[in-house]
Design a protein around this ligand. Sequence first.
Ligand code: MTE
Length: 325
Amino acid sequence: MLIKRKTDLTYADVTPKERAMGRRNFLMGLLATTTIVAGWKKLPGLLAGPGTGSVPGKLNGVVKSPYTTSGEKITPETDVTTYNNYYEFGTDKGDPSKNAKNFQTSPWTVSVEGEVTKPRKFTMDEILKLAPLEERIYRHRCVEAWSIVVPWIGYSLSTILNQVQPTPKAKYVAFESYYEPKQMPLGGEAGIALPYLEGLRLDEAMNPLALLCVGMYGETLPNQDGAPVRMVIPWKYGFKSIKSIVKIRLVKDQPQTTWNMYTGFNGQPEYGFYANVNPKVDHPRWSQAKERRLGEFLKRPTLMFNGYSDQVASLYSGMDLRKNY
Ligand code: MTE
């Protein structure tokens, strides 16, 4: 087995494609392996041919995080990778794991732009090397009243935002997912506006718990869980945790988001911008008081801010949390 120093790793290295590849790409993989042995540094470009799907690969050098949540049983990985919301790949929970298999996640760049002094495009390799990768166990609560506990891997979003230096005009952060109907033909039937858009207030985005996530369970993200890079915002409903991010834009005004624009069965908006987990504010069509953790039978009470009040409640002091739901 080849062991590379962490600093030599590329995103293509940690995303072994041979398990998901056809013959052409398999040969490309063989060539790449030979290339690693030869110590050639231009590997990412070589593996980044069109049509390469990706499957998770081990992430090395992951450190323990001060922000990890202790005392929770981790949800089995198979539940987390087969029960998903990723509407671009279908609206049933089992659709994304089946339909995202060949989603091409390399090459990949994330543009960080807008009200910033140093706008910049980051490649996945640059993102992986920006800061030590931390494993953070977080509770994750979907607005549909199911929840999971996942050992995510990444670092605080503030790390990448600080790189581009937000100007004083930046008040919000707008995120955009990748959307390409050829790769995501079911997106057109999803009933939501795509590309998927999300947003945070700048101080929320700068809170250290807001995680820019590149992996889980020790590996890179599976496609259905948002490869190659997503957000995980543990005190908010899961829909705020946007997957497969290509753009992060710092802006003056509160941005439009996919679920703010969505109107439910009676033509009324159903989801607020803040979307903080709040057992006291029901969804128009169901209660938010309890949740079912995947893999468990009995429901459990939902916690205010999903149990992260100590870290985030101060962000909302003075706000009416019923109005600003
Ligand atoms: N991001 C994109 N691009 N598309 C989506 O459909 N679904 C959201 C969020 N991020 C979604 C997305 C919703 S509703 C939830 S609950 C979480 O992803 C689910 O994340 P998981 O499948 O990893 O549990």
